[in-house]
Design a protein around this ligand. Structure first.
Ligand code: NAD
Length: 302
């Protein structure tokens, strides 16, 4: 693809994603508010520029990879000091936001983009920094069909599995639903292992049964919270992430806000959100989210 791309937000995820586009021959202009992120991106071959406006003024696709919805809105609309990306980009630019944000924020951002004469897609990812570096991210895309078709070649460079989930906001919806399953299932698996310990059942025996039975799930067979049965899981390296507790807490908070907005009678999702908020407020923020088993174990000793 010879689409001209502006990439804003060159952090843990955005940096390697932009680098993969450059490596595939896509012309990319990059910008980040943090100088260190710019330096790292420059070292990876991204052509960095000194302002958001310089990045987008000739862009066909503007990719953003920011921490939260607040950053997306602010970057799109700007402030008194500087115009936003929507005003600085040429008419008809496609705005592709890959950040994980509230469904309603994503839909608001898309409306703002369309109102300014542009096109919009949300495409949050899973796969973490490892997937961003390897170009194997999973993208969940919310966009009109023609916008999806336009950005697909870029997503195929940065990702492995790409699913068009529906209109604007549906990428975020899919991501939030998936991660609510993940948060709840990790707690269930962790509670089961601690119960097994108390009952005198070995980790291996429980794993050998549950991994081949109806308890089977990703939290058990890929990200197993005890060392041993799955040698590559974070539990084997003192819970180095992986998927950090702070990010799980963030995603579950987004799920809770969607549950509240829709009035779904959910019990497990909000409870998982509360437990991960507590985990992330302690030393769990930077540990893999499967480290919550240690909290459950510690609380079981009282
Ligand atoms: P990060 O904090 O490393 O990167 C975000 C970058 O955006 C930072 O470098 C920040 O300086 C920059 N930024 C903020 N406002 C800006 C602006 N107005 N203009 C230019 N740059 C700006 O975060 P990350 O780990 O790369 O995550 C980005 C998003 O991806 C988040 O929404 C996160 O939830 C999601 N995500 C992260 C992971 C992961 O494993 N890190 C996995 C899946 C999804």
């Amino acid at each position: 693809t010879d689409l001209r791309v502006a990439f804003l937000g060159l952090g843990h995820m955005g940096g390697p994603m932009a680098a993969n586009l450059v490596a595939a021959g896509v012309p990319v202009l990059g910008f980040d508010v943090v100088p260190a992120a710019m330096d790292a991106a420059r070292a990876a071959g991204v052509k960095v520029v000194d302002s958001p406006a310089a990045a987008v003024h000739e862009a066909q696709v503007v990719i953003t990879m920011f921490p939260s919805g607040r950053h997306v809105r602010q970057a799109y609309t700007g402030d008194d000091a500087a115009p936003g990306l929507l005003a600085a980009a040429p008419a008809g630019t496609t705005f592709l936001d890959c950040s994980t944000i509230d469904i309603s924020d994503a839909q608001d951002a898309a409306e703002l983009a369309v109102a300014a004469g542009h096109r919009a897609a949300d495409a949050p990812v899973s796969g973490g920094v490892v997937g961003a570096e390897a170009g194997t991210l999973a993208f969940m895309v919310g966009a009109p069909k023609d916008v999806y078709r336009e950005v697909l070649p870029l997503l195929e460079i940065m990702g492995g599995r790409i699913v068009h989930c529906g209109g604007n906001g549906m990428g975020q919806a899919a991501k939030i639903c998936n991660n609510m399953i993940l948060g709840v299932s990790m707690i269930a698996v962790s509670e089961a292992f601690v119960l097994a310990e108390k009952l005198g059942l070995t980790h291996d025996a429980m794993y050998d049964v549950a991994s081949q039975a109806s308890g089977q799930c990703w939290s058990l067979t890929t990200n197993c919270p005890v060392p041993g049965p799955v040698p590559a899981s974070p539990a084997n390296r003192d819970f180095r992430p992986g998927f950090a507790g702070a990010l799980m807490a963030k995603d579950l908070n987004l799920a809770v806000s969607a549950l509240t907005d829709t009035g779904v009678a959910a019990h497990m999702g909000p409870l998982a959100a509360q437990l991960y908020r507590e985990f992330a407020a302690g030393d769990g923020a930077h540990r893999d989210f499967s480290g919550i088993i240690e909290t459950i174990r510690a609380e079981s000793e009282r």
